[in-house]
Write a protein that binds this ligand. Structure first.
Ligand code: NAD
Ligand code: MG
Length: 403
């Protein structure tokens, strides 16, 4: 039987965690991967590291595999296989590579898997872990945006557990403890507003990557930092929430909260609202998933509300930030629209980071691709990957025409 995120805490009694807990980390060299390994470093005897993966950073991956005595290290880019093998010579770590290597790593037995690859590239290994009935801590929101229904169905069929790691969804998960999803009136996703919260459209039009990745509260990878600046991140999170917490799309709201202290809220039908608070440090939601269903000790800073002083809130400006509205329309349309949206956004963000397009072009390109291409609803992982590839090609065409 599946342990869904929204019903899990109603019936799972806090049990002792088998020690050491075997863990795999997909995207180990990234921001979320590093935060996860920081937590493992605090209590190394509590974990046995099965697999660590990265796309191109062979040297960094080898150093982590050595430090944590990983059983397997997987490099996504096959061209880096030799470099990784050389860097791990003399160790017991097996070296695998390429998309098949990632799938094989997902096949390995692990009590807990962190899905922290960025983008739809992480979808196939996550699906494999879910089909194997694993406990998957999900940071990789793009996978859920592109293939949410299929992922939830795979988890139901196999009895897998999905633990939300995105800070907002982890907050909602925590606020649902002891409650029931059918007693929820609404969910509020909080948003910092990103680095351009107070910028005019004219200022945003000429904004470059250095300004877009300078998030005021969170330290994150480049792609999600740009998503936070466009606020597509909040739109992707709206779709993520819709799949994880089925309370009806119209009951999922977005509220700008610049201090990033309240990570999200759940309003119950008796009008009692629960919120989860904490410093803006990803190690806190990751620790919640890593220890689940228990609480583990972290060395994160305690929340000091007296120093913070004020928590403020404001509505989302959907004229300057059309991203969340585009995402809401895409998930309402259903079918292949969310996968198209995600693919177009990934290509547009990468073109923006490469200084090929302007900041405001990102939302325009996503809208154009969504308008041009309307496939039927994906029925399988292959269907989603096909839609993803076609939408990427469309987005690239639009960008090339601009050059
Ligand atoms: P990042 O760019 O810092 O790291 C990405 C990781 O994925 C790296 O290990 C990289 O080697 C690997 N990778 C990249 N492309 C790959 C590919 N094609 N195939 C296989 N591996 C690949 O990203 P991040 O900021 O750690 O974010 C990871 C995921 O977590 C994203 O989906 C993001 O939206 C989500 N997330 C991140 C944060 C955060 O604070 N960073 C918060 C919430 C959710
Ligand atoms: Mg988030």
């Amino acid at each position: 039987m599946m342990t869904t995120t929204h019903t899990a805490l109603a019936h799972v009694a806090p049990a002792s965690i088998a020690a050491p807990r075997s863990i795999s980390i997909f995207g180990a060299t990234g921001s979320v991967g590093a935060s996860t390994l920081d937590l493992v470093r605090l209590d190394p005897g509590a974990y046995r590291v099965v697999a660590l993966t990265a796309q191109t950073q062979a040297t960094e991956l080898a150093a982590l595999a050595r430090e944590f005595s990983a059983e397997v290290a997987v490099i996504g880019d096959p061209a880096q296989h030799q470099a990784l093998a050389a860097a791990l010579a003399g160790t017991k770590t097996q070296v695998w590579s390429g998309p098949q290597g990632l799938l094989d790593a997902a096949d390995l037995d692990a009590d807990w898997t962190m899905a922290a690859i960025v983008g739809c590239a992480g979808l196939a290994p996550i699906m494999r872990s879910l089909l194997r009935g694993r406990c998957v801590a999900l940071a990789n929101k793009e996978a859920l945006v592109s293939a949410g229904a299929l992922m939830i169905e795979a988890a139901h069929t196999s009895g897998a557990t999905l633990l939300p790691v995105d800070s907002e969804h982890n907050a909602i998960f925590q606020c649902l403890a002891g409650g029931r999803i059918d007693e929820v009136e609404s969910i509020t996703l909080t948003a910092s507003g990103g680095p351009f919260r107070q910028w005019t459209l004219d200022q945003m039009r000429v904004a470059g990557p250095e300004q877009a990745v300078a998030h005021p509260n969170w330290s994150m990878g480049a792609k999600i930092s740009v998503d936070s600046a466009t606020m597509f991140n909040k739109g992707l999170e709206l779709i993520e929430a819709h799949h994880l917490f089925p309370v009806g799309l119209e009951n999922i709201r977005i509220l700008v909260h610049p201090q990033s202290v309240i990570h999200s809220m759940v309003e119950y039908r008796d009008r009692s609202t629960l919120a989860q608070l904490g410093a803006p440090d990803m190690r806190i939601p990751i620790a919640s998933a890593l220890g689940w269903p228990r609480r583990i000790v972290t060395n994160c800073a305690p929340l000091d509300l007296a120093t913070i002083g004020q928590l403020t809130f404001e509505p989302l400006d959907d004229v300057r930030f059309p991203g969340p509205g585009i995402c809401r329309a895409a998930i309402a349309a259903g079918g292949g629209a969310p996968a198209i949206l995600n693919a177009a956004n990934e290509i547009a963000v990468s073109a923006f980071l490469g200084k090929r397009i302007g900041f405001l072009d990102i939302a325009a390109i996503v809208s154009q691709v969504l308008a041009r291409y309307s496939p039927s609803a994906p029925q399988s992982l292959q269907d989603v990957l096909g839609i993803d590839a076609e939408a990427r090609a469309e987005a690239r065409c639009i960008i090339e025409a601009k050059d």
